[in-house]
Ligand binder design. Structure first.
Ligand SMILES: [Zn+2]
Length: 562
């Protein structure tokens, strides 16, 4: 059986006891004093050294680290029943403890044991050791993620369109600044600006509304908000305003070329004509919601933003049965299709009620059911948040209670999945396209839920969701470029492909159960759901990046003050 460091020794090492004092406070004995026999000194225990051998991918921990006071866990495939933590500098073992009983990770089709080293709070760099090897090093620190949060926000600078950007090897001159032609007409419109949506250079209103909301709500709800979040979001808001048809208030669904360019084309190299796809109800309602939300963050633009939001709402009122968006003929760029705009209208009504107090929006909310979701397609939770945190005295007590119950029911559902999983996520058995977004959205849901109920365990679970994204997952893989020992090197992102190196701070989609691209299907057919991921630039279903996958990760990091 493996020798385990005695618990007392572990505690001593943690507490730093046993170190000798400098003796300056001792009074020397006078020379004529009678000799006294010195008491026997306790023997200093030899520190145990365990370098643990090679790094093994069977130990899955956060590859950046943990804060001293937070819960710290790793999942390990092992027959061992104990583990140790060693200091990275000298191999000294600082903690030894028992592993959990074996636990099934169904989505990964494997059995693991969980190492809980929450007792270790001494800042430093460490690795976890079993008889098979050791983990990647990680830190325990007040700021274990360093500049990760800033990088996740900086990603939006790299995605800027319509302007020259200075960004090292990813710099580019002004792009996509020409007028766009409105689909099926000869009319043109200036819709320059904003952010490129993803690995392609399209600009889409529906996912943009989610990304803007995440950045603004992060600013509003973070213990230490980043002032840069507001000018960052404004670059996209200015573009959103251009996407509205002044005559009707309706909002064009997207502006793209007719098809995607080659994968190694920089933004300025995409020279095909830009086309504005038709107005859609989801784009228009999302626009109304996100512009009404934005109105409270930019006082000087408040009136213009509210007027734009109200005009979009009026389009929605006049078009109650407008069909969901489908790509028009000969346009093959991202569709962001959605057969129902009910939840988008719900979000818009909640934001407009919070912003204006006009009872007409209240009546609309009361006339329909409640919705949830922090995605681009299901957006109801943004409406709940607008009402629960923004309506103040104007809120109806009964409706407020129903909305609170709705959001907390979502939290309980997430906690149910999380509790059954030895890894840090709450995805259950299904990893949809962009699963990293769902992981981050669930973290955001839990943190906001914890502010409505006395549930500190929600915050603890949300932290584990961040640890999942940074290595506490069945692939021992970080899903954020440039962060973690094993991070994506080949994201499906044109500027990264063209430059030959990944822009840092980008959240990739992560495992995708549906195997929705040929490269992923060829590589991962037959794999369990949680392992259907490849770090391959061709895998748009598992290794692309988007603005609305970065935005909820930024939101969660800001809420958690990481
Ligand atoms: Zn561009």
């Amino acid at each position: 059986m493996k020798r385990i460091i005695p618990f007392i020794l572990a505690l001593c090492l943690l507490a730093g006891c046993g170190s000798s004092g400098n003796g300056n406070t001792e009074t020397p004995a006078p020379p004529d004093a009678p000799a006294v026999e010195a008491p026997a000194q306790p023997t200093e225990p030899e520190p145990k050294i365990n370098w643990g051998g090679d790094v093994v991918s069977t130990i899955r921990a956060d590859q950046l680290g943990y804060r001293p006071g937070d819960t710290k866990k790793a999942a390990i495939i092992t027959d061992d029943t104990t583990f140790e933590i060693s200091r990275a500098a000298d191999g000294v073992v600082v903690l030894g403890a028992a592993l959990s009983e074996p636990m099934r990770a169904n989505a990964a089709d494997e059995t693991v044991r969980v190492a809980d080293f929450s007792a270790l709070a001494e800042p430093g760099e460490y690795f976890l050791v079993t008889s098979e090897g050791r983990s990647y090093p990680f830190v325990i620190s007040d700021s274990p993620y360093g500049d990760l949060r800033a990088a996740v926000l900086e990603m939006f600078h790299y995605q800027k369109c319509g302007v020259e950007i200075e960004a090292g090897i990813w710099s580019h001159p002004e792009c996509h600044a020409e007028l766009a032609t409105i689909f099926d007409t000869e009319d043109t419109k200036d819709v320059s600006g904003g952010w490129h949506d993803a690995g392609d250079y399209g600009r889409y209103v529906v996912p943009a509304a989610k990304a803007i909301a995440d950045l603004l709500l992060a600013y509003e709800n973070a213990p230490n908000p980043d002032p840069e979040a507001l000018p960052t979001a404004w670059h996209k808001i200015e573009w959103m305003l251009k996407m509205q048809d002044e005559a009707t208030g309706g909002v064009y669904h997207k502006v793209t070329c007719r098809s995607f360019p080659a994968l190694d084309i920089m933004p300025q190299g995409e020279r095909n004509p830009l086309v504005l796809s038709p107005i859609s109800p989801t784009a228009t309602a999302d626009f109304a919601a996100s512009m009404a939300l934005a109105a409270r963050f930019y006082p000087e633009q408040r009136e213009a933003l509210l007027a734009a939001a109200i005009s979009a709402w009026e389009w929605c009122e006049a078009n109650p049965d407008a069909p969901g968006f489908r790509n028009p003929p000969r346009i093959s760029t991202g569709e962001y299709g959605d057969s129902s705009s009910k939840d988008e209208r719900f979000w818009a009504a909640c934001e407009l009620f919070a912003a204006t107090g006009d009872e007409k929006y209240h009546d609309y909310i009361k006339s329909d059911t409640l919705y949830t979701g922090f995605g681009w397609q299901a957006v109801g939770s943004y409406g709940l948040v607008a009402y629960l945190f923004g309506a103040g005295d104007k809120a109806d007590g009964e409706l407020y209670a129903q909305m609170k119950d709705k959001l907390l029911a979502d939290c309980e559902g997430i906690m149910g999945q999380y509790a059954q999983n030895p890894y840090g996520d709450s995805m259950g058995g299904s990893f949809p396209w962009g699963s990293s977004m769902n992981v981050a959205n669930n973290a955001v849901t839990l943190i906001l839920g914890s502010r409505l109920a006395d549930k500190p365990e929600y915050v603890e679970a949300a932290l584990d969701h961040m640890h999942y994204l940074l290595g506490y997952n069945s692939l021992a893989q970080s899903f954020i470029t440039g962060y973690g020992a094993v991070s994506p090197q080949n994201p499906h992102h044109r500027p990264s492909v063209a430059a030959g190196a990944a822009v840092p701070g980008m959240v990739v989609g992560g495992p995708e159960s549906g195997l929705s691209d040929p490269a992923l299907k060829a590589a991962c057919e037959g794999f369990p759901a949680a392992k259907r991921y490849i770090d391959d630039k061709e895998s748009y279903a598992s290794n692309e990046i988007t603005i609305y996958w970065n935005s909820p990760v930024y939101f969660a990091l800001a809420l958690l003050d990481l």
